[in-house]
Design a protein around this ligand. Structure first.
Ligand SMILES: C[S@@+](CC[C@H](N)C(=O)[O-])C[C@H]1O[C@@H](n2cnc3c(N)ncnc32)[C@H](O)[C@@H]1O
Length: 267
């Protein structure tokens, strides 16, 4: 891997989107070959713990529902929704991720219509979905999170359902290391400064990730008109030994790795 510089520094929406689109275009092939089997071509996994929507049911029934997935990547979750009777549409900022989605459509025969767009400007009419979800997708990559959550509220019908998974906010206290180093709290939980990687030679921004505390998420959802029904912090399964980036059994048995929110848009 080429050397990179990693900092905590401000990064606005334009810088975040440009960097992350290019990063996911570069990384998509490796992402799908490393994690595709774990995700399953037609499978709904909420995060590195392997929590499955089949077991969780945080979306509720999707049968007959119009469903939008933000940051759909290879479309695995949307494909699962389609096999449960929902009409899922995927949205992703990365062209290469969507090419993988097309490939898996062809391989499985379960097709997910998808659009290349950003979660902060959804190219859909008001109130046209029953459900919006995001499995470790766009939400932690956008700077303008108020706008992204407002967009979810705009495209949902009153009473519609929003569910999403993110890196558990407490993870931001630790360096992203699956081993013992990753259990030493060294950064403030309340420091919302983005994590930014850049090329040490050109200074070009390569990747940006944004942190919000649990309280921030509660405020964001309330302000946009959602009533929070679920905050799920999946426990690491005893028989699960897979390392995914900074997620591992070593850390996962001690501290949460993912948070899954479920919320209803108030009528
Ligand atoms: C960790 S991957 C998750 C993909 C998929 N949900 C899965 O579980 O495999 C994050 C995805 O979010 C997408 N993404 C990042 N920023 C985005 C944005 N601003 N709008 C839409 N998608 C975005 C990336 O291109 C990538 O496909």
């Amino acid at each position: 891997m080429d050397p990179i510089d990693a900092f905590r520094r401000p990064a606005d929406e334009t810088e975040s989107r440009r960097a992350n689109r290019a990063d996911w275009d570069r990384y998509a092939d490796e992402y799908q070959s490393s994690h595709g089997e774990f995700l399953g071509d037609i499978g709904f996994v909420w995060g590195p713990e392997g929590t499955r929507e089949d077991d969780l049911g945080v979306l509720g029934s999707v049968d007959g529902k119009r469903v939008l997935e933000l940051g759909c990547g290879g479309g695995q979750c949307s494909r699962w929704v389609r096999t449960r009777g929902g009409t899922a549409i995927g949205l992703d900022v990365s062209h290469r991720q969507l090419q993988h989605s097309r490939r898996i459509d062809d391989q499985t025969g379960v097709r997910v219509p998808a659009v290349e767009a950003t979660a902060t400007a959804l190219p859909f009419a008001d109130r046209c979905f029953d459900t919006v979800f995001c499995a470790f997708g766009a939400l932690q990559f956008v700077h303008d999170i108020d706008l992204a959550i407002d967009e979810c509220a705009r495209v949902l019908r009153p009473g519609g359902r929003l569910a999403f998974s993110i890196t558990h906010p407490t993870r931001w206290m630790f360096v992203d290391d699956p081993g013992p180093e990753g259990l030493v709290a060294s950064q403030s939980y309340w420091d919302r400064t983005p994590y930014v990687e850049s090329d040490p030679e050109t200074g070009q921004t390569l990747y940006v990730e944004h942190h919000r505390t649990l309280g921030d998420w509660v405020g964001l959802l309330n302000r946009a008109g959602f009533r929070i029904t679920d905050l799920i912090e999946p426990e690491w399964p005893a028989d699960h030994d897979r390392v995914w980036g900074g997620w591992s059994r070593h850390r996962g048995l001690l501290t949460p790795g993912s948070a899954i929110f479920g919320a209803d848009l108030v009528d």
